[in-house]
Design a protein. Structure first.
Lengths: 207, 97
């Protein structure tokens, strides 16, 4: 694990706070970084009741077993990544939150196979919200984000945006007058993706 | 672009997937006794049919799982999607000359 005081956002060099537009209310898309998420990749057998029970005990949440769904409470969100793979995310957390999450999952009692990996260092989270947020993403992503297809808040999907692999999580149906998405990508793609998104959102009066 | 139904994630765009070539190529059980011609057959030679082709796909930008697809190479119609390790389902593919 990297010492927590050395952690730095992959977008730190862009000075995003200073760039932020004053007139946020008029913007049809709001774009900002959710700095340094705590994230744990969890693998295990979704058909094993001992595993499900242990995770429920450790996180206070039931694992989402249906494809492209999430579960969340005030503290963490769990994103379905595959039939035996989940991503556990915590925002605005203390620097040691990630190792706490991982320890809770590793020490969960029971007889089952699982793998717990701390992956927060590798991820960057960009938050998009507003009436045109889905239109911005649709410019480079093959997913149909209309609520009738994507399913609205609480749904997630892995796909690609422009040329970068992304994990998309719709966190709200109504924020700033439109849907809100948390978009996760690898930190090495973050600079490219942020510039691409800024350009894509410019015509919608981005803030 | 094709829409491929990932058995785990549901219908997604072809650009999320990568093709893994022909399916059901079995590694020789007794590699010591193989002739050069038989090795060439296993390593290099693949079917290129006009019509039904059984192939492997990986949902590379999604759940990263492998699965098999039965596809018509003329119409690009996907006739079946089935998991790795299982035999192909019974199909009635179109016949071309």
């Amino acid at each position: 694990m990297v010492e927590s005081y050395l952690r730095q956002s992959a977008l730190a060099h862009l000075g995003l706070e200073a760039q932020r537009a004053r007139d946020e209310a008029a913007a049809a898309v709001r774009l900002h970084e959710k700095v340094l998420p705590a994230a744990v990749n969890l693998r295990g057998d979704g058909d094993d009741p001992a595993f499900l029970e242990a995770v429920a005990q450790a996180l206070g949440l039931t694992l989402p077993l249906a494809p492209n769904t999430t579960a969340s409470n005030a503290e963490v969100a769990i994103l379905w990544l595959g039939p035996n793979e989940w991503l556990v995310i915590q925002h605005d957390a203390a620097p040691d939150a990630e190792s706490h999450l991982a320890t809770r999952l590793r020490n969960a009692p029971g007889d089952f196979h699982s793998a717990v990996t701390e992956v927060g260092e590798s991820l960057v989270c960009i938050h998009l919200a507003g009436p045109r947020a889905a239109d911005v993403i649709a410019k480079g992503c093959p997913l149909d984000l209309h609520p009738s297809v994507f399913g609205g808040a609480g749904r997630c999907a892995q796909s690609h945006l422009s040329k970068t692999a992304i994990t998309l999580h719709q966190v709200s149906d109504e924020e700033n007058g439109g849907p809100a998405f948390d978009l996760y990508t690898r930190r090495s793609f973050a600079d490219y993706l942020w510039r691409w998104l800024s350009d894509a959102a410019r015509e919608y009066n981005k803030a | 672009m094709l829409v491929i139904t990932c058995p785990y994630c549901g219908p997604r765009c072809e650009s999320e997937f990568s093709n893994g070539g022909e399916a059901h190529i079995e590694r020789p059980k007794d590699p010591e006794s193989l002739s050069d011609a038989e090795w060439a057959e296993f390593v290099f030679l693949r079917n290129n049919p006009k019509g039904l082709l059984l192939e492997r796909w990986n949902h590379a930008q999604g759940c990263r799982r492998w699965f098999n697809v039965a596809r018509d190479t003329v119409t690009y119609e996907i006739l079946a999607v089935y998991p790795m390790g299982s035999p192909p389902p019974a199909l009635a593919p179109k016949r071309y000359v």
